[in-house]
Design a protein around this ligand. Structure first.
Ligand code: XUL
Ligand code: CO
Length: 435
């Protein structure tokens, strides 16, 4: 049975096309800076938003028209995998992501849940081989069930901590079984409501211990993966421990975890933290910790984690510029952690929304590649920082100066000559690349 019977495999047709079901910018094999677009972009489909989401919001019930549910939960789970792989292959994507609870029914016990996961991951493995697609990352949902009301690895309850460890172990086992490239930890409820009842020091120590156990376990089963932390400042908790890229890096450094963890950064999470997405990417890049991205876009007027499909080429250009300057993000990728709006309730909107996101990223890639090729930003930087390329500036960079030597230099200065940034001109030239 087909879930998208009126949709063929999506092809590149260019901007002139009148076909809604075609890429207008994403041309997978087209070379950009000598590399096919698909290898730069490494697009990934997210199971949760695509399959388990129903369009409900805090004010209303679900609106999405979906037709894969049956009476038997395992049959339903298999139908969902079928629909997911149909969409994945019709969209010409080669990667996907999921939470444990997205793919299999949880049953009555942890043991039953794990058995269900075994059945469904067997089924997914067959589909992966059939269609030649890869698992970008999987993760464990340790935030939806009531047992996680105080968090998972930062819970006050040691049994919840142990339960979380079991879920993480299973995630790593599944990653090995399916040849996963990364394993993600999004904090979920790892944070607090109020400091009046929070032992922050114990909670952070416990969280770090859990991460170390995850690394040790993956090593013990010879599974070579990149672990990723996904920062988010708030929602659901008042304050989440992995607030933003810089906070996550401080945590990783404090607990000596930087060799094993990088960051999975998300557009909407950056907005919630009061940052631009490019700020988060630049911080991660500066710390050599840019691992992967969750591609979405915030409705800035709302201030929630609305997970909209990315359709803003200004943002995707800056995002792709950071990724190009990073030398790519492999083994990470661009995962569409994005959901269709309540008003886009038809099945085929899943196709159209992903085409929109993929085309917007393709445009961002092309613009960023041109910026890089023209050395537009690197020339701006060279000009701005030229005082550090010779004389006293070069000595500072080389670590040859002291407070005494700089003080002597400063006392002999006749004048300090400043230069204008011409920032408005720079922003205007940047606009010329957004075609
Ligand atoms: C939550 C979020 C998650 C993670 C995976 O805001 O982004 O979907 O990406 O748990
Ligand atoms: Co995410």
């Amino acid at each position: 049975m087909s879930y998208f019977p009126n949709v063929d495999k999506i092809k590149y047709e260019g901007v002139e096309t009148k076909n809604m079901y075609a890429f207008r910018h994403y041309n997978p094999d087209e070379l950009v800076l000598g590399k096919p677009m698909k290898e730069h972009l490494r697009f990934s489909l997210a199971f949760w938003h695509t399959i388990t989401e129903d369009g409900s919001d805090p004010f209303g019930v679900g609106t999405y028209q979906r037709n894969w549910d049956e009476k038997d939960p395992i049959e339903t789970a298999k139908n969902r995998v079928d629909a997911f792989f149909e969409l994945l292959t019709k969209l010409n994507m080669e990667y996907f992501c999921f939470h444990d609870v997205d793919i299999a029914p949880q049953g009555e016990s942890l043991e039953e849940f794990f058995n269900n996961l075994d059945i469904i991951t067997d089924y997914i493995k067959e589909k992966m081989e059939e269609h030649n697609v890869n698992l970008l990352w999987n993760t464990q949902n340790m935030f939806s069930h009531p047992r996680f009301l105080n968090g998972a690895s930062t819970s006050n309850n040691a049994d919840v901590y142990a339960y979380s460890a079991a879920q993480i172990k299973k995630t790593i086992d599944i990653s090995k079984k399916l040849g996963g490239k990364n394993v993600v930890f999004w904090g979920g409820r790892e944070g607090y409501e109020t400091l009046l009842n929070t032992d922050m020091s114990l909670e952070l120590d416990n969280m770090a211990k859990m991460f170390k156990m995850a690394v040790d376990y993956a090593n013990s089963i010879n599974h070579d993966i990149q672990f990723l932390i996904e920062p988010k400042p708030k929602e659901p908790m008042t304050h989440q421990y992995d607030y933003d890229a810089a906070t996550a890096m401080a945590f990783l450094q404090k607990y000596d975890l930087t060799d094993d963890f990088k960051l999975n950064l998300e557009g909407n999470h950056a907005t919630l933290a009061g940052h631009t997405f490019e700020h988060e990417l630049r911080v991660a890049r500066t710390y050599n910790a840019l691992g992967s991205i969750d591609a979405n876009h915030a409705e800035k007027m709302l201030g929630w984690d609305t997970d909209e499909f990315p359709t803003n080429i200004y943002d995707t250009t800056l995002t792709m510029y950071e990724i190009l300057e990073n030398g790519g993000i492999e083994p990470g990728g661009i995962n569409f952690d994005a959901k269709v709006r309540r008003t886009s309730f038809e099945m085929n909107d899943l196709v159209l929304a992903h085409i929109a996101g993929m085309d917007t990223f393709a445009r961002g890639l092309k613009a960023a590649a041109k910026i890089k090729d023209d050395k537009f930003i690197s020339n701006v930087l060279d000009e701005k920082y030229k005082s550090f390329t010779h004389g006293i500036g070069q000595n500072i960079v080389d670590g040859k100066e002291t407070l005494e030597s700089l003080s002597e230099y400063a006392l002999n200065l006749k004048e300090i000559k400043l230069e204008s940034s011409h920032i408005e001109h720079i922003k205007s030239v940047f606009n010329d690349y957004l075609t």
